[in-house]
Write a protein of this length. Structure first.
Length: 210
């Protein structure tokens, strides 16, 4: 059975039925992409590992559709502005089935509630490392990885599910994890992000063990 601990993705829209067969199975299957990462205290989602697992399915009932990404180098901006950029990209990725405004509000809330995200399992803190470390950030900067699953019925008569998985790596000149918990959505500061998105088609009879 799906749980946020074993397959930590924040699911959108809020009305999505995560207890339905293909959705539950997809979220369980996503655990194949979670890997311990040197330099990070939490497990992170690794796209290469996950894509190989998708390709190696014998039943071929989880189909890769498209991979897209959006990034921004460190820029003086606000959490709301960064969330707005990401929301537009995500809304386009789901053919605007989830409105951009709804996504912006949701992302802003996630980014200003990282403590709850870590507790629930869909957000992982990545501490800073000295220059030249495995993760190339300065000691006074750090990042978070947020994991999202956007679920929509495919626009056809079938019962297949169109799923969009996304990781948002969000960073800034914040040294301590607890300082991220004070993030102000309207305050300008140097922030960066990298948003990776994979579109999948999930058959109604998909099972994570296939």
């Amino acid at each position: 059975m799906y749980s946020e601990y074993t397959t930590p993705f924040n699911v959108l829209p809020a009305s999505a039925d995560v207890s339905s067969g293909p959705v539950t199975q997809l979220l369980e299957f996503c655990s194949t992409g979670l890997k311990p990462t040197p330099g990070a205290g939490d497990k992170l989602f690794d796209w290469g590992t996950f894509k190989r697992a998708v390709d190696q399915q014998a039943a071929n009932k989880l189909t890769f559709d498209e991979f897209r990404d959006l990034s921004s180098s460190p820029t003086l901006t606000t959490v709301e502005a960064a969330a707005s950029q990401c929301a537009g990209f995500l809304s386009d990725s789901v053919d605007h089935q989830i409105p951009e405004g709804e996504l912006k509000t949701h992302l802003t809330n996630l980014l200003t509630n990282l403590s709850a995200g870590k507790k629930s399992g869909w957000a992982s803190f990545i501490p800073g490392e000295p220059s030249g470390g495995w993760i190339r950030r300065g000691p006074d900067s750090s990042e978070w990885q947020l994991r999202l699953a956007l679920l929509n019925p495919k626009s056809s008569s079938s019962s297949d599910i169109q799923a969009v998985l996304a990781t948002l790596k969000f960073g800034g000149n914040v040294a301590k994890e607890e300082d991220w918990y004070k993030l102000d959505r309207e305050k300008s500061q140097k922030l960066s992000f990298n948003l990776d998105v994979m579109k999948l088609i999930v058959s109604a009879d998909f099972h994570s063990s296939d």
